[in-house]
Structure formats: C-alpha cells, structure tokens
Design a protein around this ligand. Structure first.
Ligand code: ADE
Length: 233
C-alpha cells in the first residue's frame, strides 16, 4: 500500500514511522509512505498556508488552494484509494474502518492545523474525515500517525502473527483478557493457576470470562443493553 501524507510539519513523521514494525513493513515493500511539505504547494514568498476566518473569531484557518493543489499533484487520475482529512469533526477510527482502509491500494492523508481547515477541503477534496477520538489535539499529524499505524497492522504480512489482530481487543467485541509471562510469582502477585494447568479448554473459558468482566468494568459502553452480544466496531 502507498500512503501519501500532506503536512506543514514533515519532520514529525520519520521518528515514528521509521522505527519498528512500520519501518520493517516499508523495508519489505509492504508499505510505501511518502511525506509531503504543504508549503511546497504555495505560490507566495512567505509560503502562506493559513488566513483569518470569514465571520471573525479567534485563530487562523488553513487555506484551500495549497491543499487542493497538493492532493491533485499526488493523486493519480483513476484513483483506487481514499483521501482522508484528519479532523476532530470526522467519523471515529474503529477496527472496522481501519480494515476497510487497509484493503485499499492508496491513501492520501491530509493533516489539519491551527483552528481549522477551510470546509471546502472536506466538501470538495476529501473522501472522508476521520477523528481518532473525542479530544482535540494541536494538529492532525499525531492522528495521521495513529491512523497509519492502525491501518498498517491489517495489511497482510505487516504483523508476523496474523492471529494477533484476530484475538486482540475490539476485534471480537471484547477487550483482551489479561496476559502473563514468567516468573509465576512476582512481588507477591501470582499468575492465575489455570494458566499453568495446561488445559486448553479451561484456559479458553477463563480468558473469555476475564474478557467479559474487563469489558463490563472498564468499557460498559461497548456492551449491548442485553449484555449478550458484544460490540463489534
Ligand atoms: N486533529 C485535532 N484533533 C484531532 C482528532 N482527535 N482526530 C483527528 N484529527 C485531529
């Protein structure tokens, strides 16, 4: 998959994306991430990307022209992909959306900054707006990196063990059960006996019970009113 990112802070990306699993995915040719400086698509001497809002109000708004020109320069004519505007007003990133995006050949991710982005970018340029959660960050760069990391995990071959994305939190509707490794006792805290028993059936039952209890305690909003069917994204 190829991912193009448009930002006024291109230097923010390499410390995160050029490490660990995402770097390995790029080395293996599974991911091709290219970060573009929005200011390269301005035409004035000061390389202006923002302006005051019509109607007044605090802060600045990102101008539409550099964003349209950047996306149009990067996006192929017949695009088999998706142009995404990172925005706290967008739809929420979920495992379902991440899997859908992971099936595309190309993504273009636009990072907003300042107090907002001219709404014509959402209306006439982006295919969808995506939020990573109900809080506002100083810009779309961190959300873009979160989205890329989340989507990359669903691309075949990126994570060594494909089962990891099947058993993890959210994918089966419940938060993940508690995990332990050696030693069997640490500072008086013991690994639950059942995990040392070797009985796969008992272990599976215990894990499911723990997953349900955890979800009910930490995230009652994920449990359907009947308490039977878990949330599935
Ligand atoms: N930009 C600022 N806050 C954001 C959020 N929560 N999600 C996506 N983009 C953002």
């Amino acid at each position: 998959m190829r991912i193009d990112v448009i930002t006024i802070f291109p230097a923010m990306f390499s410390p995160v994306l050029n490490e660990s699993i995402i770097q390995r995915a790029q080395d293996a040719g599974l991911l091709d991430i290219r970060v573009h400086d929005l200011r390269a698509y301005t035409h004035d001497k000061r390389r202006t990307v923002d302006d005051r809002p019509y109607g007044g109000g605090p802060g600045m708004v990102m101008k539409p022209e550099p964003l349209f020109e950047a996306v149009e320069a990067i996006r192929p004519q017949a695009s088999a992909g998706c142009t995404i505007l990172m925005s706290p007003q967008g739809e929420r990133l979920t495992p379902v959306l991440a899997k859908k995006l992971a099936s595309m050949q190309r993504l273009i991710v636009v990072c907003g900054r300042y107090e907002g982005v001219d709404d014509r970018v959402r209306e006439g340029l982006a295919d969808r707006s995506v939020s990573i959660g109900d809080y506002v960050l100083t810009g779309g760069e961190l959300p873009a990196m979160v989205l890329i990391d989340c989507v990359a995990r669903y691309i075949g071959g990126v994570i060594g063990n494909e089962k990891a994305t099947e058993e993890e939190s959210f994918s089966n509707g419940w938060l993940e059960y508690p995990q332990y490794t050696r030693p069997p006792e640490y500072r008086g805290m013991k690994v639950p006996e059942v995990l040392l028993s070797g009985s796969h059936e008992e272990i599976a039952k215990w894990r499911h019970k723990q997953a349900v209890a955890r979800t009910q305690a930490a995230r009652p909003d994920l449990v359907q009113p009947k308490g039977e069917e878990p949330w599935t994204g």
